[in-house]
Design a protein around this ligand. Structure first.
Ligand SMILES: [Fe+2]
Length: 370
């Protein structure tokens, strides 16, 4: 894949060259309005309709790929040498996971389920419904290909882990469990989070219904969060839920964080410091990725709580990206550009709604959401 005899310095990621070689649509830009309807193309090797989504903010860190399964069909089994998070954009089906060591497990999923398939396990996706299924897969393949530049090393690797790793076995697909008192990468009051609660497991049945959430008040808007640690891997995610007719504080961090919308209606602003803002309108099925060190801010203009699911980059990047409660990386309401509030109120007015942001939030630096 990589031409190591090239006379000039490389300016592209091996991953970008590889997805071009697959020959299916590659969707770029800042956001996708609806992953459930974007154009796909036939990928002979995987025997399915596929599309790659490589947005500005993914920056050679994360891969996102769409798979479609026709009604009643089962796709050919495949294995990759990387852990893979799968979110169900639409449809009902099942996954059969085999680890090559005599262990197998199958589990059923629905629209808005999320699960992790561990590296090197064979996986077979099946549509159990009368309508087409769409999945989105998230991996660190772009980063991996910057370390080992041959895609076949990850996509056609016959290696299978040996031995019984307990909960790390791919047979562990029961619903995720709540763990209290963990130590997280989230920074709270200037230090790495201690005593945080998080969800641990490989299967999350319905991200739109999850209601066991913790307060995340430092980000404003009565925000609540569920932290997710996938079992047997470094991979993690979080989901935030925030109140109707409110908005969260602007903040910034590193690249590679794929944001999916399980439920709600709103928009986000994304901007490089001092530059024009990009407006991302979202609803269920949307995806966007804030580029490295770009500020971004989320606005709920609907009548219901909105939720977004953020699948994280590797913890080497996630660690520093969460130091956002410090000055310069989070914009308090009292310091924000007044046009942000004006745009929000105007957007709501067009829907015959009004902002539920308390006035004190804009005047009192110590204002705290009750
Ligand atoms: Fe963020």
């Amino acid at each position: 894949m990589t031409n190591t005899t090239e006379p000039s310095p490389r300016t592209r990621f091996v991953y970008d060259e590889w997805i071009e070689s697959v020959g299916v649509p590659i969707h770029t830009g800042f956001y996708i309005s609806d992953l459930r309807t974007i154009e796909l193309g036939w990928w002979e090797e995987r025997g399915c309709q596929t599309g790659f989504v490589q947005l500005e903010g993914q920056e050679g860190v994360s891969e996102t790929r769409i798979t479609e399964i026709p009604p009643g069909e089962t796709l050919p089994s495949y294995s990759i040498g990387l852990d893979e998070v799968v979110y169900v954009l639409k449809g009902n089906g099942a996954t059969l996971v085999e680890d090559g060591d005599g262990h197998s497990d199958s589990f059923e999923w629905n629209t808005r389920s999320m699960f992790l398939v561990p590296a090197h396990a064979n996986r077979r996706f099946r549509n159990l419904s009368g309508e087409s299924v769409r999945l989105i897969h998230y991996t660190y393949l772009p980063l991996a290909l910057s370390v080992v530049t041959d895609p076949d090393f990850f996509l056609k690797n016959p290696y299978r882990p040996a031995g019984d790793n307990g909960s790390d076995k791919p047979t562990a697909f029961g619903d995720a469990a709540n763990i209290a008192g963990g130590e997280g990468y989230r920074w709270i009051n200037g230090q790495r989070g201690k005593g945080v609660a998080y969800w641990y497991g490989r299967f999350y049945p319905d991200m739109s219904a999850w209601d066991r959430l913790d307060s995340n008040s430092e980000r404003g808007a009565g925000s609540k969060t569920v932290r997710i640690q996938f079992a047997g891997t470094d991979m993690s995610a979080h989901m935030s839920v925030f109140a109707p007719q409110t908005y969260k504080k602007g903040h910034r961090h590193g690249p590679g964080r794929a944001i999916l919308i399980p439920k709600g209606e709103g928009y986000s602003l994304m901007w490089k410091e001092g530059e024009e803002k990009v407006v991302v309108r979202w609803q269920e099925g949307s995806m966007f990725v804030p580029p490295n060190r770009w500020f971004h801010q989320h606005f709920n203009v609907g009548l219901e709580p909105a939720r977004y699911l953020a699948i994280h980059p590797p913890i080497q990047l996630n660690g520093y990206t969460e130091k956002v409660v410090n000055a310069n990386d989070q914009v308090e309401y009292v310091n924000e550009d007044p046009s942000i509030r004006a745009m929000f109120e105007e957007d709501l007015a067009q829907r015959n709604l009004t902002s539920l942001m308390p006035d004190e939030a804009y005047t009192d630096p110590s204002f705290s959401w009750s």
